[in-house]
Design a binder for this molecule. Structure first.
Ligand code: ATP
Ligand code: MG
Length: 251
């Protein structure tokens, strides 16, 4: 069963076409990796899914519901299905760790003492000790920030988790710890996950399926195994991280 479906989604900013007929099906319970170069529109795709950006054309459905023209009250409920790990981690520096994790819960009226308990439990789930709860974001390493952001993303037990570049800026070992966490959360929460990355190690480790975005469209889809042995010159070049091939660098 499909959980998320993009049908012919288009989005331009002024004269610049970013999404030019995106079609994608994400199966329920799967971890689906979106690969694509810098500026190819990966984050815009996720923002369209969350309703933060409105597509110019096309539809996006979640659990069979068209989200593209959803009234605002329904959208609030719809948003509740998602947990989002934003690209920059984006913790609130004016709040400590547990307040960051429990932000949405308290917004929804949960009492601070209860919200703190949930936050501590979620911090444990992502491998952080209870005493992390009272630290400030400025006191955390990059890997810890990612974990806290992940704890916040899963605080309300979402059915769908969106990861935008979960390992960028982390050393290879910390990156792999995050990859393991993605897999662990997948099995614990039975969620559907969309992982945006250009880290091939992450892609191959976590993906049930990989789709490759190029010039506003998906031009290839397959399993990690299929991507490793593909003849598609675009995918081949991207997987190899080579400057030689049909894809021109952005600089
Ligand atoms: N609100 C906006 N207004 C104008 N242009 C935008 C807006 N949001 C995104 N863009 C443009 O859309 C293009 C795709 O951006 P996007 O952030 O989706 O790239 P990306 O694939 O996530 O790249 P990266 O891997 O570097 O994060 C870029 O050229 C960007 O400048
Ligand atoms: Mg991005």
């Amino acid at each position: 069963m499909n959980c998320i479906t993009y049908t012919n989604v288009r989005k331009s900013f002024g004269p610049k076409t970013v999404l030019n007929g995106v079609n994608l099906k994400v199966e329920k319970g799967n971890t689906h990796v979106i690969l694509g170069g810098s500026g190819s529109g990966k984050s815009v795709m996720l923002k369209c899914l969350l309703g933060l950006i409105e597509p110019d054309e096309g539809t996006i459905t979640v659990d069979g519901l068209d989200t593209t023209h959803m009234p605002s009250r329904e959208r609030m409920e719809h948003m509740h299905k998602f947990g989002m790990l934003f690209q920059a981690g984006a913790l609130f520096d004016s709040m400590n760790v547990w307040q960051n994790v429990a932000f949405a819960l308290m917004n929804e009226g949960m009492k601070p003492a209860d919200a703190r308990d949930v936050a501590v439990q979620k911090l444990k789930q992502v491998g952080l000790k209870a005493d992390t709860a009272d630290l400030n974001p400025a006191d955390l390493s990059g890997g810890m920030r990612k974990r806290v952001a992940l704890a916040r993303a899963i605080a309300h037990n979402p059915q769908i988790i969106l990861y935008d570049e979960p390992t960028t800026g982390l050393d290879p070992i910390t990156s792999d710890v995050i990859n393991d966490l993605i897999l662990q959360l997948q099995s614990e929460l039975k969620a559907t996950s969309v992982v945006i990355t250009h880290d091939m190690h992450t892609a191959f480790k976590v993906a049930d399926k990989i789709s490759f975005l190029y010039q506003g469209k998906f031009i290839a889809e397959g399993t990690a195994k299929e991507f490793k042995s593909t003849d598609n010159p675009y995918v081949k070049q991207f997987v190899a991280g080579s400057a030689q091939g049909p894809i021109q660098g952005a600089v």
